[in-house]
Structures are given as C-alpha cells and as structure tokens.
Design a protein around this ligand. Structure first.
Ligand code: SF4
Ligand code: SF4
Length: 383
C-alpha cells in the first residue's frame, strides 16, 4: 500500500464519447515504437465487446481467498485489432469515374471502385461496435460510454503476476509503473490484469501501460486525458486530501464507485454511474412514465450493489437542488470552472525529490526514468 494515492473520478452522465481523451493520450504516449495498437485510454460503448474484445471474460484479478486467478493474454490481431491506414496518397490520383480505379496498384478489399479505403482489411479495432448498445430501437435501446484507463490499483493483479518484480507501485502517489529494464516480456502481467490495461510492445518485447501522465502530475498538471476532456467528466486528486474533489465524491458523499471491484484489485479510478437515461416507449410509441432504459442489473454488474444507494443519493440531490437551490454534490459534478476539477500539488513532489536528494525539478521516479529502454523510447528520458 502506498503512502498516498492519486485517484480519478469519471462522471458517466457527462461523457459524450468524443474520444478526445483517447487522442490526447495516443498522441502523447502511444503513436510510435510498437505502441501503435495500444490505447492506454479508450472509451468503449457499454454494453459492447469492449477493448480488447470481451475483456471482462479474460480472467485475472483475485479470488475471494486473495489468490491470483488465471487469465488469458488477448491476441493482438484478433482481440485488439491491428491499426490500419488509409489510401491518402493514391486518392488524389484516382479516376473517380472508376475507369482506371486501381491503376496505382490499390486493390485491397478487392475493390476496383475508387474512393477512400483502408490499406488493409480491418477485422477488429477499438470501438468496432461503437454506439450499437443493446435493446430494440426505438422502444428500449440504450448504451452509455465507458472511458477506461489503468486503475492504478491498490492491489494490482499485474504486479502480483510478474515473476521478475518489474512492476512497482510508487509510494508517493500509488502510480503503477513497469521497470522496462527488468521486464523480460513474459506477459504474465497481461493475464493477471482483469482490466487488460497493460499491453505487450512487440517491438521491444516489454509490457507497457498508462503512467497516469506522472511527468505532468509532478508539475501540478492533470493527466492529458483529464485536461483535454471535452465533457469535463474527469476529476483528479489525492484520496487523502479532504479538500480534493475525488475525496469529496468518493469518501465524503460516496457517489463514485470503482469498476468491477469484484476483481479484487482495489481500483483507484471511480465512476459516477449513469442516472440520466430516457424513458422507454410502449408499442404505440408512447412514453412509459417512470421507466428507465439502462437496467439497474447492468449497473450492479459493473459497480456492485452499492450502485443502488448511489443512484438514490444522486436523484435525491437533484430533487433537493430543485427545491432549495442547494447541493454540494451537484456543484462538484457541474464544476463551473475547469480548475475546480483537479487538485494536484507540485510542491509535494518537489519536497519528495528534495528528501531523496534529487533535483526538485526532475521527475521523482528514478526506476522508470533511468532505464535504458525508457531512454530509447522516450528519447532521453525526461518528458
Ligand atoms: S488496472 Fe491492471 S494494469 Fe492497471 S494497476 Fe490494475 S491490474 Fe495493473
Ligand atoms: S474526452 Fe471526456 S467526454 Fe470525450 S470521450 Fe473522453 S471522457 Fe468522454
């Protein structure tokens, strides 16, 4: 257990599935060097197969006795999907009337029709089933977006599964990192993580994962996914800081819950469950008063039995706001100013660095930063 723990709360009522977070993360960390297929942050449609495909059925995590459960390592091609590109270059030279459509050699998909095409035959990818959801249109169909990053678990399955002691959890803030020098690419961590949020880099035969943007966090900036979030759904701070939004939502008001806590890893990413689904229609297309499209059983499967109490609290709070105009919870969730969503502390990190006898402006973590593989990948180490 770390001395302190960073946490994130994501308000699912506000996520619009725009993937800005995904792109913010990808352009910052995973668009190169064998990481192309990885999404340290992804936003999936729920219900849906997710990313990697059917990740909830792939095992890992701990049983009730605290023993690590067996897990499956997803297949890069079949379960994540290999990133593909488009025929940008050939597009301009194509005869759009179709006569010499593939004169430039473009024939993927067997297409002789001109136009915009992937350069390989895609079979799977993140968001393959985006916005499909469940139920029958238009009477009771539904879905919501589920953004996911590594949970920087208090009891990480990835760390327990690693026979090389290559995964570590920082004492200062609970961030879970891979020591790339120690990692030998055995991939036990991938089997051990029930969220499948640690990935194999085939280019260097090492495992890699979300680093919670620690180089940003250490200078007082939120992770890129949270900073860029268009829906302003992400709160970031220390769980022991009673002034932080995460403390208030998780501990004080108890309206934020971890995803699949039954996996036993004690995740530190929390969610405000979706409460605002539209009513269902009857066979005549009339609104069924009091009905709600997202079934509570689905929410219970994701967030545990506590979700019933959370939904009640949130509904009661909305009613209170209507009657009295007051509600600390709603004020927090609305977050009128962007700066009200994050409480980070660069002084804290500077003090940690000083106590370790390090330059207070350098990242506090020597094990991750100093590795020779880290230097190769990050172009010198300090980012
Ligand atoms: S979510 Fe997975 S990769 Fe992240 S700390 Fe937990 S077990 Fe490890
Ligand atoms: S940027 Fe925010 S609103 Fe957009 S998909 Fe990501 S979490 Fe959802």
């Amino acid at each position: 257990m770390s001395k302190r723990q960073l946490a994130m709360v994501m308000d699912l009522n506000k996520c619009i599935g725009c993937q800005t977070c995904t792109v913010a993360c990808k352009t910052q960390w995973t668009n190169r060097n064998g990481r192309e297929y990885m999404y340290w942050n992804n936003v999936e449609t729920y219900p849906g197969e997710g990313y990697p495909k059917k990740w909830m059925e792939l095992g890992g995590g701990f049983d009730a006795a605290g023993d690590l459960k067996d897990g499956i390592i997803p297949n890069i091609q079949a379960d994540y999907g290999v990133p593909w590109d488009y025929n940008y270059e050939s597009l301009a030279s194509q005869n759009l009337l179709g006569k010499d459509a593939d004169k430039d050699g473009y024939s993927v998909l067997g297409a002789t029709t001109p136009g915009f095409h992937p350069t390989t035959q895609p079979t799977w990818g993140p968001n393959w089933d985006e916005d499909e959801g469940a139920g029958n249109f238009p009477s009771d169909n539904y879905f919501f977006y589920l953004p996911r990053i590594c949970n920087h678990c208090t009891n990480p399955g990835c760390l327990s599964a690693c026979p090389r002691d290559a995964i570590f959890k920082r004492d200062e803030d609970g961030v879970v990192l891979v020591d790339l020098d120690r990692c030998q690419g055995y991939r036990y961590c991938i089997a051990g993580c029930p969220y499948k949020k640690i990935y194999f880099n085939p280019k260097i035969s090492k495992s890699e994962k979300c680093i919670l943007c620690f180089p940003r966090v250490e200078v007082g900036l939120p992770p890129a996914c949270a900073q860029q979030c268009v829906g302003r759904i992400r709160f970031v701070g220390f769980l022991d800081d009673e002034e932080s939004q995460v403390y208030k939502l998780v501990k004080k008001h108890k309206v934020a819950l971890p995803l699949r806590s039954d996996y036993g890893t004690q995740p530190n990413i929390y969610y405000i469950p979706p409460t605002e689904s539209p009513a269902k229609f009857d066979e005549n297309g009339k609104i069924i008063e009091g009905s709600t499209r997202v079934p509570m059983e689905e929410l219970e499967a994701l967030f545990g039995k506590e979700v019933h109490e959370v939904v009640k609290t949130l509904k009661a709070e909305q009613a209170k706001r209507k009657e009295t105009g007051e509600s600390e919870i709603l004020d927090l969730l609305i977050s009128y100013h962007h700066s009200e969503m994050f409480r980070l502390d660069n002084n804290y990190y500077q003090e940690v660095a000083k106590a370790k006898g390090q330059n207070p402006l350098a990242p506090i973590d020597t094990r991750y930063i100093k590795g020779k593989n880290t230097k190769v990948l990050f172009g010198g180490g300090h980012h």
